[in-house]
Design a protein around this ligand. Structure first.
Ligand code: ZN
Ligand code: ZN
Ligand code: ZN
Length: 221
């Protein structure tokens, strides 16, 4: 990499190791193109690719837990998508990302990754038809957040904090329902911004920024 850098003349913001190689973040899209077209990378046997975009997601509400994913997807295709999308594209792009239901409930919400066209059609309709049901469906955009410390970008099991923090004031030792302190958003406090709101607020500027970043990752195909 050291050999490549001077001749390339791009401003690199960050270099990270990833599962299959390294990720290079450049200061501009123009500079990203320069990296992509760099012949020297080829000569060194390095393959340069743009980060893969993720498909948009939808959330399907109150699906019976006993309904298998295969049934769900088969029905989703034949009753909802078949008229405008071919099966190959459906099979390539559509997958069940997660299923969750409350303790003791026999229905739960299903998050499904689709493509832009399917997302638009499903959300316009507001329903998907599966077997004898018409399930409510909405677009789903999520930000990775830890439910122990409420910071973005990691999950609970990767968290460095020992015990769960108070959702209201961000301090350890008590939970929100026993909190006598004012609201402090840990994410905004960390950035030195106004932090007198709940860390879980949908109006939190840091949350909004993360949401926007997530939306930018979503493929528009
Ligand atoms: Zn955490
Ligand atoms: Zn508290
Ligand atoms: Zn905030």
């Amino acid at each position: 990499m050291k050999d490549v850098s001077p001749s390339l003349n791009v401003r690199v913001k960050a270099v990270r190791k990833t599962k299959n190689g390294i990720a290079i973040e450049t200061a501009s899209e123009y500079e990203m193109k320069k990296v992509l077209e760099c012949k020297k990378m080829d000569e060194l046997g390095l393959k340069v690719e743009l980060p893969k975009k993720i498909g948009p997601k939808v959330i399907v509400y109150d699906v019976p837990n006993e309904m298998a994913n295969e049934t769900l997807l088969d029905e989703l295709y034949s009753k909802n998508v078949k008229e405008y999308e071919c099966e190959r594209v459906f099979k390539e792009r559509v997958r069940v990302v997660s299923r969750a239901s409350k303790k003791g409930a026999n229905v739960g919400n299903v998050i499904i990754e689709v493509n832009k066209r399917m997302k638009e059609r499903m959300c316009d309709e507001g329903r998907v038809y599966i077997n004898w049901y018409a399930f409510k469906v909405r677009e789903f955009v999520s930000v990775l957040r830890c439910y122990k410390c409420y910071m973005f970008g990691h999950m609970m099991r990767e968290c460095g904090v020992k015990e769960r923090l108070c959702q209201q004031c961000g301090e350890p030792g008590h939970m929100r329902n026993a909190c006598k302190n004012a609201c402090v958003c840990r994410n905004c406090k960390m950035k030195g911004m106004n932090c007198d709101h709940s860390v879980m607020s949908v109006e939190c500027p840091e949350y909004k920024r993360m949401l926007e970043r997530e939306q930018m990752r979503i493929s528009d195909e």
